[in-house]
Design a protein around this ligand. Structure first.
Ligand code: TRP
Length: 445
């Protein structure tokens, strides 16, 4: 394994846990609530769930099949299956997107480290002051990237699988407890209404694109993470069941995160549209008035940091697998060089929360601040575009018949029947819906 830099998952559960570990992260607990808040609540939630199961799940199955068939990184997978030189560009887009997402994701993951420290050593700074402090911002951002680097250096099995095994049950239990507590807060009802009572007049092309982008982001799709992870799955596994389990686990955690945040948000009287600061403003306010709030706060931010770590590992894994497979770099060199590059690319995001005025105020695509702009460009644009090409590629170029040979391994006849629908989704429905949403957003409908 050390020589080629490649490995294989130790067990079936190992794979599901690691893929769910990649999917479940800040996307569920930090990004999903603030995007839901900005997009008006319940109607967005319905759109989001629709996007996950009708668009993202078929693409997830496509990515896993591509990976397992080729046992290669995203660029290599397209090279191996396509006669044309153009398709590997989808893989390159994925490698760049991986670095782009990691660069701002690690900044936010750094905030979770900061909040672990602040729970132990109380600070007089509020969130806005904390994120505007360049030493803390850059320090925690760098620390999180280094943590990620060490896990990736450990290799596939040892590095990733170990982290995923105990995380999800613990996160699940803690979310459950916080939901119950937050529902008893005065004024919680308004939050439930916002989160669960849809107002369909709030749906626009922007909302639809935000839902689609969030679905891809939350499932780690559209840039080849799941191609890379699929390349480590053994032939004994059942891809559709594994994919569906990951989608269900991920969506459940996101849904619960919303149920935890919105009642608390309305109870403390804050704005749902405040953006990336949302969770970091609301939760500490709740913890402050809670019995044993410090202990809960510590547990929460530690779990969030670990959930983020299993995701950053998967983001770093894509460019690293590319360098190892295509450029024949050693795993060590690839990991160190990509981490260093990501640090430099992420600095403007780290300094965009009030530290450097220009980075903080820059507004593009209606997004203010470099961090929000990066999040929009790499999540809402790049991932759906990647997903569009992946579904076209699997549906039409590699071909659903060949994909089925990979997919139907170890499935029951009943499952095979259900799966005949999958071909229609990857060939027609996924690319058309993605295109429609992107075009209507561009035309401003
Ligand atoms: N899905 C992760 C989350 O929700 C983030 C993530 C990890 C990701 N790997 C990815 C997003 C690949 C897009 C593509 O936190």
């Amino acid at each position: 394994m050390e020589q080629t830099g490649r490995g294989i998952w130790g067990s079936r559960l190992g794979f599901i846990l690691a893929a769910a570990g990649s999917a479940i992260g800040l996307g569920n607990i930090w990004r999903y609530p603030y995007i839901t808040g900005q997009n008006g609540g319940a109607a967005f939630v319905l759109l989001y769930v629709g996007c996950v199961f009708l668009i993202a799940l078929p693409v997830l199955i496509a990515e896993l099949s591509l990976g397992r068939r080729t046992t290669l990184d995203p660029v290599g997978a397209f090279k191996a299956l396509s006669p044309s030189k153009k398709w590997p560009m989808v893989g390159y887009l994925g490698v760049i997107t991986g670095i782009g997402i990691l660069s701002f994701y690690a900044v936010v993951a750094g905030w979770t480290l900061g909040y672990i420290v602040r729970t132990i050593i109380p600070s007089t700074e509020d969130f806005a002051q904390f994120v505007a402090n360049p030493f803390e911002e850059i320090g925690y951002f760098a620390a999180f990237l280094l943590l990620t680097m060490f896990v990736v250096l450990g290799g596939v099995e040892k590095g990733i699988e170990r982290w995923s095994k105990f995380l999800m049950p613990a996160l699940f239990v803690l979310l459950g407890a916080l939901i119950i507590y937050n529902l008893t807060l005065p004024g919680a009802g308004a939050g439930i209404e916002f989160y669960l009572k849809p107002d369909f007049s709030k749906i626009t092309a922007s909302t639809a694109l935000a839902a689609l982008g969030q679905a891809f982001f939350s499932l780690s799709l559209g840039m080849g993470t799941m191609i890379t992870y699929g390349s480590y799955i053994s032939k004994k596994e059942n891809i559709p069941i594994s994919g569906a389990s990951v989608a269900i686990a991920d969506t459940t955690i996101a849904f619960l995160a919303g149920l935890m945040i919105f009642p608390a948000l309305f109870s403390v009287g804050m704005e749902p549209t405040q953006g990336p600061a949302l969770v970091f403003n609301v939760l500490p306010a709740v913890f402050a008035q809670m019995p044993a709030g410090n202990v809960i706060s510590l547990a929460f931010f530690i779990l969030l940091a670990i959930a983020a770590l299993t995701s950053t590992v998967s983001l770093l894994e894509v460019p690293v697998a590319y360098m190892v497979d295509q450029k024949k770099w050693s795993r060590k060199k690839a990991t160190v060089v990509v981490t260093a590059a990501t640090f430099l690319i992420g600095l403007p995001s780290a300094l965009s929360q009030g530290t450097v005025e220009w980075f903080s105020n820059l507004t593009v695509f209606g997004q203010q601040g470099v961090l929000s702009i990066m999040s929009f460009v790499f999540s809402d644009l790049s991932l759906p575009i990647g997903g569009f090409f992946i579904s076209l590629f699997v549906g039409w170029v590699w071909g659903v018949d060949k994909a089925y040979q990979e997919l139907l391994l170890n499935t029951s006849p009943m499952m095979a029947k259900i799966l005949s629908l999958w071909g229609i989704f990857v060939r027609y429905i996924c690319p058309l819906v993605i295109l429609l949403i992107l075009v209507s957003k561009i035309l401003g409908i």
